[in-house]
Ligand binder design. Structure first.
Ligand SMILES: [Zn+2]
Length: 497
């Protein structure tokens, strides 16, 4: 390169540097998968939404006029506080802390589609969810332009699109659901027209290293296909991913679960060229160093009081010895044995298919409502179906193929012989005696298992047959276990007949 050319190149470089537009930044704060952890008592540790509220308040003071606060869902379920309020307690912080955006998670549907409508109505203005809505109601907004510090940020909201495999047909039919990918294809042209400086996707979906065989989480594909998305805020898998590049341009963060971390991302943009020039972020650990926020505590006071009383409530009846959660459901696990007995009693079922819902044990003596909640932390209801012997055998074999997975269910009320690799099974004996003359027994299981999760496709296929008369009894699993315990003093749970 001669001197003349060098001079030109230098001049060019200097010009590029001098002519970039004004650099401005916004600060995006993210919470996700809070699961009703409002105070230390909810999770027996010093991380909670009350403490996060203090962190958010401080960051807003420090970064005045620059902050956007986003929650990526799963607030309505997880603690006694949320259970008692049928999810509404999980909505209070969204209002009190002035969240800008809320993307509902799959657990917001745990109290049924109707209640989901009430929960989302309570914070209508901030819901962004382009790929799911309740039929007959106005769809949620898919995206919104939020302006802070002179920066225009297009925020898109999308939830998990897997409801078909998490809900039974009657409930699922009340919803309109599409893949987040489809939503993005539809709305990104509109978003580009509005000339945002940055595009953020807030999703109740997670990124994974490998391929997601069931297709629950679309983040990897989205990051590859839509490089114009600058920041993706993830959720759902409860993992702590403090910030990483995904695809060519997108940057991904997922701040764990249960109020243990607050995600904070600073996005710097060139507001003349409408481009992001830097993204840097981290997750900040929540600890007792942050005092609880008074304003949020006051707003939640009634819910927290009710939960405090309920935690101590003694369930009638007593246990002669603890009920242990270890072992394999249907073979050696006492927890699952107790749940099966309770479901059979509540529905007069002949056979029950159930597993463990947590690792919690029940103590000997009197059980509290908190102990019971830890045993059954989900808002599951009991589903019954009339199945033939062959259908039951096929269901049991499929479960056995997943025997190491947490969602595996054991068989209660009948004995089965399963082939070595669980290709098939035979039901050998029905504990109550002869197989009924009509060829069908009444099977009880929980609604979540019945929906199949995309894992138990044989089970779901059988339950979808009209001849099975699959019915959601609306009896809650937790209530059934309480009723079973309440009738018995010095109960001993031993596995098997
Ligand atoms: Zn969650």
């Amino acid at each position: 390169m001669n001197l003349y050319r060098f001079g030109l190149a230098l001049l060019f470089l200097l010009c590029v540097n001098w002519t970039h537009g004004e650099l401005r930044d916004v600060v995006i704060m993210q919470t996700t998968d809070m699961h009703g952890v409002f105070e230390d008592d909810d999770d027996s540790q010093s991380s909670s939404w009350l403490r996060i509220a203090t962190m958010v308040r401080r960051i807003r003071q420090r970064e005045e006029g620059k902050c956007i606060l986003i929650d990526c869902g799963d607030n309505a379920q997880g603690t006694l506080t949320t259970a008692l309020s049928r999810g509404m307690a999980g909505i209070i912080p969204l209002k009190t802390m002035n969240y800008d955006v809320w993307v509902p998670g799959n657990h917001e549907l745990d109290y049924g589609v109707e209640r989901f409508g009430e929960l989302t109505d309570a914070v209508k203005d901030i819901v962004l969810c382009g790929n799911l809505y309740i039929k007959g109601k106005e769809p949620f907004l898919a995206w919104r332009l939020i302006e802070r510090n002179g920066v225009k940020v297009a925020v898109i909201g999308a939830t998990a699109s897997y409801a078909k495999n998490w809900l039974l047909a009657d409930e699922y039919e009340k919803l309109h659901v599409e893949k987040a990918f489809q939503t993005l294809e539809r709305i990104l042209p509109q978003i580009h027209q509005s000339k945002p400086d940055a595009i953020v996707l807030a999703a109740h979906q997670a990124w994974f290293e490998g391929s997601d065989t069931r297709g629950v989480n679309e983040i990897s594909t989205i990051a590859k296909s839509f490089p114009e998305i600058d920041v993706i805020l993830g959720a759902h898998s409860h993992r702590l991913l403090p910030g990483q590049r995904l695809g060519r341009c997108s940057w991904y963060m997922q701040p764990g679960c249960h109020g243990e971390y607050l995600g904070v991302v600073r996005v710097t943009v060139d507001t003349d060229r409408h481009v992001v020039v830097a993204v840097e972020g981290n997750v900040q650990a929540v600890s007792a160093d942050y005092a609880e926020d008074d304003e949020l505590r006051n707003a939640l006071a009634d819910y927290l009081e009710a939960a405090k009383a309920e935690r101590k409530r003694l369930i009638k009846g007593s246990l002669a010895r603890p009920v242990k959660s270890y072992g394999r459901p249907g073979v050696s696990c006492e927890t699952s044995e107790l749940i099966c007995r309770a479901l059979a009693e509540a529905t007069a079922a002949d056979v029950v298919l159930h597993g463990r819902l947590s690792k919690a044990d029940l103590p000997a003596g009197h059980v509290t409502a908190q102990d019971l909640f830890e045993l059954v932390p989900y808002e599951n209801s009991i589903v019954t179906a009339e199945v033939t012997r062959d259908e039951l055998a096929a269901i049991v074999a499929e479960q056995w193929r997943h025997k190491t997975h947490y969602s595996y269910c054991g068989l209660w009320g009948a004995d089965a012989k399963i082939t070595k690799n669980a290709e098939s099974a035979v039901i050998t004996t029905l504990w109550k005696g002869e197989w009924p003359a009509n060829g069908r027994v009444k099977l009880a299981l929980n609604n979540h298992t019945a929906a199949g999760s995309g894992r138990f496709t044989v089970l779901r296929g059988i339950l979808d047959k009209p001849a099975c008369h699959t019915t959601d009894t609306k009896i809650m699993t937790r209530d059934a276990v309480e009723a079973y315990l309440a009738k018995r003093e010095n109960l001993v749970i031993s596995v098997g007949r």
